[in-house]
Write a protein that binds this ligand. Structure first.
Ligand code: ADP
Length: 440
């Protein structure tokens, strides 16, 4: 019934008994009747608490969420967070510094590799091109970011890259677009383990060319030495066999002498050429007075000029050029020597040294036999002679002008030839900025 009845009885003075009863709801009944209200209130309180908790949490957490991680010390937040924020600031600074160093290194690497004349390519383990510098892309004429097979179809290129990818370094030569390259591929180990191979491409066209020239030179030298020696041997044999009449012996020994002298000149010229090559490696450029140098050459060649009945004149002014004196001396000497040798009796040789708009001009002009147009382009080649028999008579070896060209190259000087057969020849050498070289 959810109710309890309470009774109370009192005996009155007249002897009667007064009894009263009262029925009240018991605790269970009370709970049952107020359960709905209580539940509603509880739900309300819970909701309210949840809202309040949410709001409170939000207001507590907001400063954390709003922390500017890039500038931790600029945040207005709980004091308790200060040590954490200053550590963060320190770490940020360290990260920034590391990033800057990395960026600088990357830029440095990019600048170096993009300005390199050598090609540099990095391949991943699976043969993908991770990076290729401008030179490599130009040489291999492919595209970076693709497979190594797309970068170039050359057989030697594929062989070296495949070898490096399989862990074995390999070097090969590759001919492409008229040039010669060395391809050196190496497997990458250690810190860069991600990149499986590196390919280095070096243009060796010039050294190949000079190697070829050296080979040709050796062949020519042997040939040039053989010719006079064969003559000497021949003459000696004839004399030895008694096939020469007594009165002809001086004629034959004269020929032997001439051939031997030629041989000696040839050997001297060859030695000179290799000596110049050798010396130039350690050549120290100093200011050299071209005019004074020409005076020395004129002094030395005057007897020869007189013998040939050729006048030798020097004109101009003192001009200093930065140079290697022995090489410059050979240059002037050979030009003047040729101008005398390829002349005619009564001819002249005019040497002129002058300053010319920041340049020094040396020209050697003669009115000798001249050079036909078709030979002009070849006279600076080693052992090249326009007229072998005439050159032989004058004791020429065909090396004189190649020494001149050599010296001009060493001094970055421009060589030019003007010549008309039977009229004469002028060979000029123009050096750069003579004023800079003038001694203090
Ligand atoms: P060589 O030892 O024969 O003189 P060079 O190299 O000095 O060799 O010269 C090559 C050739 O160029 C000579 O054989 C000659 O035919 C020609 N030559 C050089 N200088 C003159 C010149 N001044 N006049 C005419 N021909 C010249």
């Amino acid at each position: 019934m959810e109710k309890d009845t309470y009774y109370y009885a009192v005996r009155l003075s007249d002897g009667s008994v007064l009894r009263i009863a009262d029925t009240e709801q018991n605790a269970y009944g009370l709970w049952r009747s107020s359960f709905g209200t209580l539940a509603a209130v509880a739900v309300l309180i819970l909701l309210l608490a949840a809202v309040i908790a949410w709001l409170l949490t939000r207001s507590i957490v907001r400063p954390f969420n709003e922390i500017d991680l890039r500038h931790p010390l600029e945040n207005q937040t709980y004091d308790e967070l200060s040590p954490l924020l200053s550590r963060m600031e320190k770490q940020n600074r360290e990260i920034d510094e590391q990033m800057q160093t990395l960026r600088a290194r990357r830029e440095e690497f990019d600048v170096i590799t993009s300005n390199m004349q050598e090609g540099l390519v990095l391949f991943s383990k699976d043969g993908h091109v991770l990076s290729a510098n401008t030179a490599a892309i130009q040489i291999l004429s492919g595209t970076a970011g693709s497979s190594y097979l797309d970068l170039c179809s050359d057989h030697h290129y594929r062989t070296v890259v495949e070898s490096a990818l399989s862990g074995k370094a390999k070097t090969k030569k590759m001919r492409r677009g008229g040039r010669v390259y060395t391809l050196a591929a190496t497997p990458v180990e250690g810190t860069l383990r991600e990149n499986a191979a590196v390919l280095f491409i070096v243009d060796i066209t010039d050294s190949e060319l000079s190697e070829k020239m050296r080979r040709e030179f050796s062949a020519n030298v042997s040939h040039e030495l053989k010719t006079p020696l064969t003559s000497i041997l021949g003459y000696a044999e004839i004399i030895g066999n008694g096939l020469v009449k007594q009165e002809d012996v001086p004629k034959f020994t004269g020929r032997i002498q001439k051939e031997a002298a030629r041989l000696l000149t040839l050997i001297e010229d060859i030695i000179k050429l290799s000596q110049l090559d050798e010396d130039e490696l350690q050549a120290e450029f100093v200011p050299v007075d071209l005019y004074a140098l020409c005076e020395t050459v004129v002094q030395e060649l005057t007897p020869k000029a007189q013998k040939m009945r050729v006048s030798l004149e020097l004109a101009g002014e003192g001009v200093f050029v930065n140079g290697f004196e022995p090489s410059l001396f050979e240059m002037v000497h050979n030009l003047c020597d040729n101008a005398i040798a390829y002349n005619r009796p009564g001819g002249y040789v005019h040497i002129l040294v002058k300053k010319e708009a920041g340049q020094a001009r040396l020209s050697v002009a003669d009115n000798g036999i001249g050079i036909a147009k078709e030979h002009i382009g070849r006279i600076f080649e080693r052992f090249y002679r326009v007229d072998k028999s005439h050159s032989k008579e004058t004791g020429g070896t065909g090396l004189g002008l190649s020494i001149v060209k050599h010296a001009a190259l060493l001094h970055d000087a421009a060589l030019s030839v003007e010549s008309t057969p039977q009229v004469g020849t002028t060979i000029s050498v123009v050096f750069q900025a003579p004023d800079m070289a003038e001694p203090q």
